[in-house]
Write a protein that binds this ligand. Structure first.
Ligand code: PLP
Length: 394
């Protein structure tokens, strides 16, 4: 580590709140799926800002869209609308498969805010209870935190709002036992990202839909991490054939420009009425132009197919090493279990070898690279993988 990196790390420690722990790197620029640090070292970015940089770094479509929109009209109040805002709402309903008129969108700046909007929307059913899953992560604001299971995140901030019950993820019987006629919504991630890419058994979302219907509850799917092409489909729930009432998205939607959305399908789209909710920046034209550029590039460059093919190649290659116990995920949201509690060592060894990966738990590694990851990036990572494990596990 040279002076440039360590000097920024010291200045960071002196001037930023210590909510994330010390930064591992000081990054200065990126191009495609690669980033460079303050000492000029290059890395293949296999984390993509945690499932955010869908088009990688510095993609011309995103840069041009943001630049042009900022030059034309950078912000308006919510007394007005703009073409990018309306077009993006229509596009989201289109890729969700419901179409304009069959759903409504509320724009936010982040995933946690999308979930706050959805949480408030559920209250408009006249019911107050939500059933969510153990292992869930829905954000850090007070409402989203109330819906998040992890005790270490919740405990310092209790009491939290809401009447939230947590059931084991993937267990349809436990869900059926917990949902009643007082349940406003069932809230699930189609794949749990922060838990380490946990995929539920086949049929789970369909069962959740049936259970919610039986009790007149909303089915709310948090696709903040899994949505917008990450799994090789526009939404991770698409393959299940289920139509949810509420979907929340963020992360990859803006490709790095902050934007989220709460989408209400059918009647759920009409639950929030004037005065019920608001935001100054949500739906900002620059953010909407960024998201439109992301969606159009995914379509034009056939990235859903690309993500499916590369994801499979990565999973197969990673699973080939005996120090990997299990590989999970869809598309380019990949989680793996090591045979030892050595995920921190793997992250460090990968970084030393020029690859950025993440460890959501002591035994789990997560990859969520840009959707524009190349074959060459996959080949170089898989070639380095056994050596990374040698350095970390032996
Ligand atoms: N929901 C899910 C499923 C997430 O993975 C995350 C972030 O990791 C959030 C919500 C919160 O999003 P944000 O960090 O943009 O507030």
């Amino acid at each position: 580590m040279t002076d440039s990196t360590s000097s920024y790390q010291e200045r960071y420690a002196a001037s930023l709140m210590n909510t994330f722990g010390p930064p591992r790197l000081v990054l200065t620029r990126g191009a495609g799926s690669h980033v460079w640090d303050a000492d000029g070292r290059e890395y293949v970015d296999l984390l993509g800002g945690i499932a955010v940089n869908a088009l990688g770094h510095g993609h011309p479509a995103l840069v041009d869209a943001v630049t042009e929109q900022l030059r034309t009209l950078g912000h308006v109040s919510n007394f007005f609308t703009t073409a990018p805002q309306v077009e993006l709402a229509e596009k989201l309903l289109d890729v969700l498969g419901v179409g304009a008129g069959a759903g409504k969108v509320f724009f936010t700046n982040s995933g946690t805010e999308a979930n706050e909007a959805a949480f408030k929307l559920t209250r408009r059913t006249g019911r107050t209870q939500v059933v969510a899953a153990e292992g869930s992560f829905h954000g850090r604001t007070m409402g989203a935190l109330a819906l998040t299971a992890k005790e270490a995140y919740r405990a310092p901030f209790e009491p939290l709002p809401g009447e939230v019950t947590f059931v084991p993820y993937g267990d349809a019987d436990a869900l059926a036992a917990a949902v009643t006629d007082d349940t406003a919504a069932v809230l699930l991630e189609p794949i749990q990202g922060e838990a380490g890419v946990v995929v539920p058994p086949e049929g789970y979302l369909g069962a959740a839909r049936a259970i919610a219907d039986e009790h007149g509850a909303l089915l709310w799917l948090d696709e903040v991490q899994t949505g917008m092409g990450r799994t090789g489909d526009w939404f991770a729930h698409a393959a299940s054939g289920v139509t949810p009432d509420v979907v929340t998205v963020a992360k990859g939607l803006g490709g790095g420009f902050p934007i989220g959305a709460c989408i209400g399908v059918g009647d759920a789209g009409g639950l929030l009425q004037p005065g019920n909710h608001g935001t100054t920046f949500g739906g900002n034209p620059v953010a909407c132009a960024a998201a439109l550029a992301v969606v159009r590039t995914i379509e034009d460059d056939d990235l859903l197919e690309h993500v499916t093919v590369l994801g499979q190649k990565l999973r197969d290659g990673l699973a080939a090493d005996p120090r990997v116990a299990e590989v999970r995920g869809e598309g380019l949201l990949i989680g793996l279990d090591l045979t030892a509690d050595a995920s921190a060592e793997v992250v460090a060894a990968a970084q030393a070898a020029g690859f950025i990966v993440n460890n959501p738990t002591p035994r789990r590694i997560r990859l969520a690279p840009p959707l524009v990851l190349t074959e060459d990036d996959v080949t170089s990572f898989l070639a380095a993988w056994p050596g990374i494990l040698d350095g970390a596990i032996g």
